[in-house]
Each structure stands twice: as structure tokens, then as C-alpha cells.
Design a protein around this ligand. Structure first.
Ligand SMILES: NC(=O)c1ccc[n+]([C@@H]2O[C@H](COP(=O)([O-])OP(=O)(O)OC[C@H]3O[C@@H](n4cnc5c(N)ncnc54)[C@H](OP(=O)(O)O)[C@@H]3O)[C@@H](O)[C@H]2O)c1
Length: 349
């Protein structure tokens, strides 16, 4: 199969199949010049098709790595239970009926069950007051069976997100969103109690694939409090030289082309094109967005920030979407909950 190079990402297009003389599909790697049949005007036309090199990037399998981490956590959870009779517990507060949030919460519960972590779910109606949510947070803060508290975002617009997140006791802030945790992450010689799960998962993937960070040029696209900013801080802590790109950055592709390691956390499908990537770079694609696709079982598919098909031909390694960073986020949440329970119960053997 060969495809015409359009300006849009090939993943977004219907494939354009071309057949050779013998009727066989042309290999993707071909560079061909086709002479099409004579047109009504009597002139033949030539269609040039540029085709790129075959995919060569290693696929960083977040799903498989997350499974290994969950297995390690499961072993630790049962060792802790046998040794001191404590089972780590994670409480999740969900306010409102946001369908995507409800799915995330269900997945977190399933993940807890799979490793033996106790989960506590509190579903509050959309019209709950901020005081009611704060009261629930306070209840979990004081519950000795709960070692981690997570408030599912986004919260309804009538609530002050900052107030509520700040109410989570720092010892149970397994999301790592407390400003004190982020502050420590940013400071040299200080250790945060928890590192936010998604960026922690990105770095864990780099470690597990033996991708060196020290001295590398790293670029992070996105500067949100929960992904981009802490990802940049983590890379810096590991001695990378870091640049951050955001919505006001001019000519982002000139910066991304310098990256040995590129982490993208924007939420704009296929924004990062093959031409934005330095040959041999490592790409971690955090972005995930539903894109309508009538041919997909649910009428949509999940697409990352990076045009996967193009990036695979330039990068040396890349995370897919889905099955890349997503499963690692949940694995890191479980890991943070276990760490919290160990710390609270002084279980370090
Ligand atoms: N896989 C997972 O586990 C996981 C976890 C969390 C998030 N995500 C996904 O990651 C993506 C980002 O999440 P988020 O919560 O960080 O999103 P967010 O809060 O909306 O932040 C998006 C960031 O992207 C920047 N941005 C927007 N348009 C841009 C452009 N054209 N060029 C460069 N930068 C641009 C924004 O810049 P400004 O700061 O200038 O506005 C902002 O910093 C989303 O797709 C989300 O679903 C995945």
C-alpha cells in the first residue's frame, strides 16, 4: 500500500490504496511516479507519490509495563497484610455525572481490586455544596483505613477546586497535587511525598526502557499543573535540559526538533507531525482525545497528540495511544497508595 502525502496526518485519512501492474498493492516504502490514463483533454497526467521510510520506532508498551508494576504491587500488598495486618486503602470522591470521570473511577476501582488495595468510593450529586465535599474529604483524612485520597477532576463549576484539593491531608495526597508536594518537586534537595501519577508514569517508562535522561535535551508540550509542569520538573531533576512549549509558543516545531526526549500533553489529536521530530528521538504521548469514527465499535477511537504513523518513521521509540501512558497512570496511583500505607504504618522491611 502506498499513500499520497497529504497535509493532514495519514491516521486521519481513509487509506488510499494503489495497485501495481500485477494487481498487487504497492509496498508502503515505495517511491513511485504514476502515469495515469489519458484524460478527456487528451493529456496524460503524472501523479508523484512520496513515500517515507518504513516504521522503525520501538513501541513503548505501557500496558505491559503497567501489568508488571501491578504484579509487583500485589505481592507487596499481600506481604504487608501478612506481616502487620494492614491493607492499603484508596478513597475516590466523584462529584456529578461526568461520563468520562465515572469511567475513570470505575477503572481505578477495578485496578485496586486487582492488586488487593481496598477502595472506597463516594459518589456525590452534581448539586452538592463545596462544604459537603470538604466534609467528605475531612472524613477520609481521619479514616485510618484510608491511605490515599483522590478527588476526581473536573469538579462542578460552582466549587473552588483549589480549596478542595488543598483540604486533602498531604500524607494522603496520592495524586501529588498539593502545592507543598509540587513545591518540593521543584526545589533541589527536597523530596515530595508524592509525585503526580501521569508524569511519574512517563518517567517510569523511560527508566524501564533504559532510555537515558541525564544530559539529554527534553521538550515538554503543555504546562498544566497535573501533567506538563510536573513532567518538566521531573525531567529536570533527572538532569535533562528542559524546554516547555505552550499555546503561546511561536514555531513550536523549531523547538521540538531539538528534543532527544519529547513529552506531549496537550489534547490536540495529531498536532505533532513527523517533521516536528528529531530523528531518533523518544516520544511519550500523553494526549488522549476521542475522535469520531463510525467504523469503530463505539463510534469513536482514541487519538494522541502525536501523528503516530509519521512519528514511527522518525523516532527511535514511541508510546501508542491507547495502551501507552494511560495504564501507567493508574499503576502509579496504586504505587503511591502503597507507598503512603507503608509510610503511615512505618513498614519498611
Ligand atoms: N493518559 C493519561 O493518563 C492522561 C492523564 C492526564 C491527562 N491526559 C491527557 O493529556 C492531555 C493534556 O491534559 P492536561 O490535563 O494537561 O490538559 P490541559 O490542562 O488542558 O493543558 C493543556 C496544555 O496544552 C497547552 N496547549 C494547548 N494548545 C496548544 C498548542 N496548540 N500548542 C502547544 N501547547 C498547547 C496548553 O497551553 P496553555 O497553558 O498556554 O493554555 C496547556 O498547557 C489531554 O489529552 C488529557 O486527556 C492523559
Amino acid at each position: 500500500m502506498a499513500s499520497i502525502i497529504f497535509t493532514d496526518c495519514p491516521m486521519m485519512l481513509r487509506p488510499f490504496h494503489l495497485k501495481g501492474r500485477n494487481g498487487a498493492f504497492l509496498p508502503r516504502s515505495c517511491v513511485v511516479k504514476l502515469s495515469l490514463p489519458t484524460t478527456a483533454s487528451g493529456r496524460g497526467c503524472t501523479l508523484s507519490i512520496r513515500s517515507s521510510s518504513p516504521p522503525s520506532a520501538i513501541v513503548i508498551d505501557g500496558k505491559a509495563e503497567a501489568k508488571k508494576i501491578r504484579d509487583e504491587i500485589k505481592t507487596e500488598v499481600s506481604r504487608m497484610k501478612e506481616s502487620i495486618g494492614v491493607v492499603p486503602g484508596l478513597a475516590v470522591i466523584l462529584v456529578g455525572e461526568n461520563e468520562e470521570s465515572a469511567t475513570y473511577v470505575r477503572n481505578k476501582k477495578k485496578a485496586c481490586d486487582s492488586v488487593g488495595i481496598q477502595s472506597f468510593e463516594l459518589l456525590l450529586p452534581e448539586y452538592s455544596s463545596e462544604e459537603e465535599v470538604l466534609k467528605s474529604v475531612s472524613g477520609f483524612n481521619n479514616d485510618p483505613c484510608v491511605h490515599g485520597i483522590l478527588v476526581q477532576l473536573p469538579l462542578p463549576s460552582h466549587m473552588d477546586e483549589q480549596n478542595i484539593l488543598n483540604a486533602v491531608r498531604i500524607e494522603k495526597d496520592v495524586d501529588g497535587f498539593n502545592p507543598l508536594n509540587i513545591g518540593r518537586l521543584a526545589m533541589r534537595g527536597r523530596e515530595p511525598l508524592f509525585v503526580p501519577c501521569t508524569p511519574k508514569g512517563c518517567i517510569e517508562l523511560l527508566h524501564r526502557y533504559n532510555i537515558g535522561i541525564k544530559g539529554k535535551r527534553a521538550v515538554v508540550i503543555g504546562r498544566s499543573n497535573i501533567v506538563g509542569m510536573p513532567a518538566a520538573l521531573l525531567l529536570q531533576r533527572e538532569d535533562a535540559t528542559v524546554s516547555i512549549i505552550h499555546s503561546r509558543t511561536n514555531n513550536p516545531e523549531e523547538i521540538t526538533r531539538q528534543a532527544d526526549i519529547l513529552i506531549s500533553a496537550v489534547g490536540k489529536p495529531n498536532m505533532v507531525r513527523g517533521s516536528w521530530i528529531k530523528p531518533g528521538a523518544v516520544i511519550i504521548d500523553v494526549g488522549i482525545k476521542r475522535v469520531e469514527d463510525p467504523s469503530a465499535p463505539h463510534g469513536y477511537r482514541l487519538v494522541g497528540d502525536v501523528c503516530y504513523e509519521e512519528a514511527c518513521r522518525v523516532a527511535s521509540a514511541i508510546t501508542p495511544v491507547p495502551a501507552g501512558v494511560g495504564p501507567m497512570t493508574i499503576a502509579m496511583l496504586l504505587s503511591n497508595t502503597l507507598t503512603s500505607a507503608k509510610r503511615i504504618h512505618n513498614f519498611f522491611q
